[in-house]
Write a protein that binds this ligand. Structure first.
Ligand code: V1S
Ligand code: CA
Ligand code: ZN
Length: 393
């Protein structure tokens, strides 16, 4: 299919479990696990599976989940009864222990299976990197960056990224975390606030009063108190609505190249939330598939072992376009695949009324006004450069 064969370059593994699509957060909830099926079907339709090692991921074990989360939180997640659906005013009676059961983090049927499967894929991906069996390991079902040690937050219950990074730290002295989801990667940042072995870098829309989760100011670089080795190891890139491909990819390259030079990570964990694309139901940026994927291309070119996670992304067809294209970047085939989306059943069945012939690049939705000035972006790079003076690896 399209002449894609095993590449001589990077060895890539793809970690996926079709079971994840069966879970539903609720009728009006923006998170649709079904976007993973759409992504996988596009990846297969392009024949990319022939150029990767494909693994059906398993559920993470209790021990793996509690490598980060507290026992009582995991015990509660495993045993809590689902809320009746649909969540109308009558039966929306949230048991807000651990921030569970509200509209953001509903208690849906099979929640524990869903969470442990998401974490299992990310854990397996990290282990493939640790054992040197993969140069790039992909887990689109992970990337749930808001979950805390004993608390759910923003559609995230288990922080699969933290669990994966803890595995990478068994082999690698320093791990770099990069987060291109439109939201601040607060859960991962907080988990590694007091260590100098993990540097976190999040690019996000920042508007403390009006945009979730409200954290991630430029000046927040990790607690500077009591000889904290983790001070200066959190980098935040706060952005405004409407940032374009050109601005974003330039900013990404200048920030990340400076970080790599100073921090010299042994492995990179890249969260690729697709809600930073134009036309996202929750996001506010103007990124196209090319701009979003340029971040993955840049990381691949560094030749540092790389784990790639999913994350947010609320316009499923755009999510599938971006993640399938980024899978092509990982296997070094993005310049060779045809732009026209192959005839494949899931896309056809779902979107039979699409008038245009769909391509992998075209993004649904109207662009927003760009509120990012060159002056501000220069200030950001300046601040990051100053922070990095404190970092010695
Ligand atoms: N923005 C936004 C948004 N939309 C919703 C939502 C909408 C409809 C529903 F039926 C349920 C929830 N919640 C939010 C945000 C959370 C965004 C999480 C992003 C996750 C990620 O992409 O970064 C990673 C997977 N929540 C809020 O803004 C909190 C509220 C403050 C306002 C909305 N209400 C519903 C809850 C409280
Ligand atoms: Ca982010
Ligand atoms: Zn997000």
């Amino acid at each position: 299919e399209y002449g894609i064969t095993k590449p001589k370059g990077s060895k890539v593994s793809f970690h996926y479990n079709a079971e994840m699509e069966k879970y539903h957060f609720g009728e009006h909830h923006p998170m649709k696990p079904w976007r993973l099926t759409l992504t996988k079907s596009l990846v297969s339709a392009y024949g990319m599976n022939f150029a990767m090692d494909n693994y059906t991921s398993r559920a993470a074990t209790y021990e793996e989940l509690t490598s980060f989360h507290t026992d009582d939180y995991i015990d509660h997640l495993a045993t809590v009864a689902p809320q009746p659906q649909p969540l109308d005013v009558e039966n929306n009676n949230p048991d807000l222990r651990f921030n569970l059961g509200g509209s953001d983090c509903p208690l849906f049927e099979g929640l524990y299976n869903y969470c442990s499967m998401s974490a299992g894929a990310s854990f397996d991906a990290a282990r493939k990197i640790c054992s040197n069996q993969s140069d790039i390991a992909i887990a689109w079902g992970g990337g749930l960056h808001h979950a805390k040690k004993a608390e759910a937050s923003g559609f995230c219950y288990i922080n699969d990224i933290v669990i994966a990074i803890l595995q990478l730290l068994r082999i690698h002295a320093r791990v770099l975390y990069i987060d291109i989801d439109v939201h601040h990667g607060d859960g991962v940042e907080e988990a590694f606030f007091s260590t100098d072995r993990v540097m976190t870098v999040s690019f996000h829309k920042y508007d403390p009063q009006y945009f979730f989760p409200g954290t991630g100011a430029l000046e927040d670089n990790g607690p500077k108190s009591e000889h904290n080795p983790g001070a200066h190891h959190a980098i935040n890139v706060p952005l405004n609505d409407g940032i374009t491909d050109e601005q974003y990819s330039k900013l990404f390259e200048s920030v990340i190249s400076k970080v790599i030079e100073k921090f010299r990570p042994g492995a990179i964990a890249l969260q690729c939330g697709a809600d930073s694309l134009a036309g996202d139901r929750l996001g506010r940026f103007n990124l196209l598939v090319e701009g979003h994927a340029s971040c993955v291309e840049f990381c691949k070119k560094l030749n540092i072992p790389l784990v790639i996670f999913g994350g947010g992304g609320y316009t499923p067809r755009n999510v599938a376009r971006a993640w399938a294209y980024e899978t092509a970047v990982a296997i070094g085939q993005h310049k060779n695949i045809p732009t026209q989306i192959p005839i494949h059943t899931v896309w056809r069945d779902r979107f039979k009324n699409e008038s245009l012939l769909p391509t992998i690049h075209q993004i649904l939705g109207e662009p927003r006004q760009n509120r990012n000035t060159q002056k501000r972006l220069t200030e950001i790079v300046q601040h990051v450069t100053e922070q990095l003076r404190f970092v010695n690896a």
